[in-house]
Design a protein around this ligand. Structure first.
Ligand code: C2O
Ligand code: CU
Length: 583
């Protein structure tokens, strides 16, 4: 196992081509933007236009072992893609890995470009080994820190990178001296695709990871490991663009001796929030200002899991990095950060609930057309081959939403089925409410196996074009209480309220924030709790909503919205691009 080197081999070419006309507009705006001017000063972003970035097999040494992993552009994390608000991004992906692969642009609205969204069997069939596909989309009406990742099996463990969209107008916070992407990841000694497959077959829990990473490095808590280091100039201001790319863990992030000012999450501005602890769930991003105003020295960064399941095995290791002042005495021992407990739900909730959308930046839609209660959680399904397997009581672990465990097609994608009107691929009858009402979050029901039994089906919820949808996301207590990051493709969500226990409409109504809710693309629903979200279905297509812990999305903790076409040519789903991969 140790030196088993599978013939993993990836070659991905990335071109980002900017329209000259749009670039000119951006250039003009750019020259009056102090934030952008600072960014231009340092560091200059690489010009990806017309540049061929090649990616191959990368043999990396981690935890004293050499392993070949699938990566983009020969680097782990993959390359940062820099673009401007309003740009058209064109990315040509050539898959020379041995796995079926897609790339998802996490948080990109994909207006009129649903074919470029990327989730396998949802908006496209995977790109087969040796084949290619060109993703083409506009970055309209959004700016900030987004990212891209593989959206097939668990490949995003190593296939991920930042997507930074520079604003057309100056950011509403002090211009930083420098910007620093901080990509948090999760390292597996095992082949992640094999881990995923083994869990599917055995019906039980998959293996856990071996380490966490900061910009691809593990730090000095682990053997044979490099440590990420950020050198800072005393008195300067840094913008950390923190991205949680980990597969299965929410993370706490700290820097000893410093506080953060959070200014944006999921590429949406928030009112400045000062904290010494950042909490970030897989799929989420946090933009935090860091002032280098401590005594010149050396300070530890730490990334550690926030694990709310209780009693379930998890990777309880801590990744470290360093913030080093230019003037630090060479012998200075780094100052260690005081860390929260792994299960500090109070700290996590404090962070999530403290965030408010920057006043006036996004008006909340008030006329609601569709109301749904989506109870989601863990469940049980019969084993794949009809025999006993290693889940619970000889059944297979599953995830579900309103008691539907999403089963994706394998011969086509949902979006192609919608476009061609193909019958028999899915039904448009995903329920608005759970089929059975019960006290969803009651701890007494944790081992209620009758309630936990679910079915693998392909059902979507149909939405009229431009309808405003309100969804109560309710975690059930079945099998485990845990906080789950629920991500919706294609839209941002207004997070109106969140709380613990079983949702009570009358109680929650008093708590709804219709003034300045945070706007996110991924909401971490509190363990054994709920969140109320709203979005406007103004983009025709098929949009996946799923838990961003890959262990759960593999189990079917997901559903999809089918958003109907609008009345005008530009509000209709366009035909698929000619190079759309075939199954
Ligand atoms: Cu970040 Cu469905 O993905
Ligand atoms: Cu989950």
């Amino acid at each position: 196992m140790a030196s088993r080197r599978t013939s993993l081999f990836a070659l991905v070419c990335v071109f980002v081509v900017f329209s000259a006309a749009l670039a000119a507009v951006v250039e003009r705006t750019f020259s009056v933007s102090s934030a952008a001017a600072a960014a231009r000063r340092k560091p200059p972003w690489p010009d990806l236009s017309r540049r061929r970035l090649q990616v191959g097999e990368l043999v990396v040494r981690r935890l004293c072992e050499e392993r070949a992993v699938v990566v983009v552009n020969g680097s782990l994390p993959g390359p940062t893609i820099h673009a401007f608000e309003g740009d058209t991004v064109v990315v040509h992906v050539l898959n020379q890995s041995p796995h079926n692969l897609t790339v998802h642009w996490h948080g990109v609205f994909q207006r009129g470009s649903a074919w470029a969204d990327g989730p396998a069997y949802v908006t496209q069939c995977p790109i087969r080994p040796g084949q290619s596909y060109t993703y083409r989309f506009d970055l309209v009406g959004q700016r900030g820190t987004l990212w891209w990742h593989a959206h097939a099996s668990w490949l995003r463990a190593t296939v991920y990178g930042a997507l930074i969209v520079r604003p057309a107008r100056p950011d509403p916070f002090p211009a930083p001296w420098s910007e620093v992407p901080i990509l948090l990841g999760e390292w597996w000694n095992a082949d992640v695709v094999a881990v995923d497959r083994a869990a599917q077959l055995s019906g039980g829990l998959p293996n856990i990871s071996d380490a966490f990473t900061i910009n691809g490095k593990l730090g000095d808590n682990y053997p044979c490991s490099d440590m990420y280091q950020l050198t800072v100039a005393p008195g300067k201001l840094y913008l950390l663009r923190i991205i949680n790319a980990a597969l299965n863990n929410q993370l706490f992030f700290k820097i000893a001796g410093h506080r953060f000012t959070v200014v944006a999450v999921d590429a949406n501005y928030v009112n400045a929030y000062v904290t010494d602890l950042v909490v970030v769930a897989p799929g989420q991003t946090v933009d935090a200002l860091l002032a280098a105003d401590a005594a010149p020295g050396s300070y530890y960064m730490a990334a550690l899991p926030y694990e709310s399941a209780g009693g379930v095995d998890f990777d309880a290791t801590v990744a470290t990095g360093l913030v080093k002042y230019e003037a630090a005495p060479p012998s200075a021992r780094p100052v260690a950060a005081a860390l929260p407990r792994f299960n500090d739900t109070a700290a996590a909730f404090r962070f999530y609930a403290a965030l408010t959308g920057l006043n006036g930046s996004r008006p909340v839609p008030t006329a609601v057309h569709e109301k749904m209660l989506v109870a989601f959680g863990l469940g049980l399904v019969p084993c794949a081959d009809g025999h006993l397997c290693g889940g619970i009581l000889g059944e297979s672990l599953a995830g579900s939403m309103n008691n539907v465990s999403l089963k994706l097609p394998s011969e086509t994608s949902l979006l192609e089925a919608r476009y061609r009107g193909a019958e028999g691929v899915y039904t448009a009858d995903f329920p608005d409410r759970p089929p059975r009402e019960f006290d969803y979050a009651s701890p007494d029901l944790t081992y209620n196996l009758a309630l936990a039994r679910t079915k693998r089906e392909t059902r979507v919820k149909k939405l009229k074009y431009n309808s405003t949808v309100e969804v109560v996301l309710q975690k059930t207590s079945l099998l485990a209480l845990q906080s789950h990051p629920i991500h919706l493709h294609g839209y941002d969500l207004f997070v109106l309220a969140q709380g613990f226990g079983t949702y009570d409409a009358a109680q929650a109504a008093k708590k709804l924030n219709l003034v300045n809710p945070p706007v996110r693309n991924t909401v971490a629903v509190p363990p054994g709790g709920w969140a109320v979200i709203r979005f406007v279905a103004d983009n025709p297509g098929i949009w996946l909503m799923h838990c961003h812990l890959d262990v759960h999305s593999s189990w079917g903790m997901a559903m999809a919205f089918e958003v109907a076409d609008g009345p005008t040519p530009s509000s209709r789903l366009p035909p698929p691009p000619s190079d759309l991969p075939r199954c």
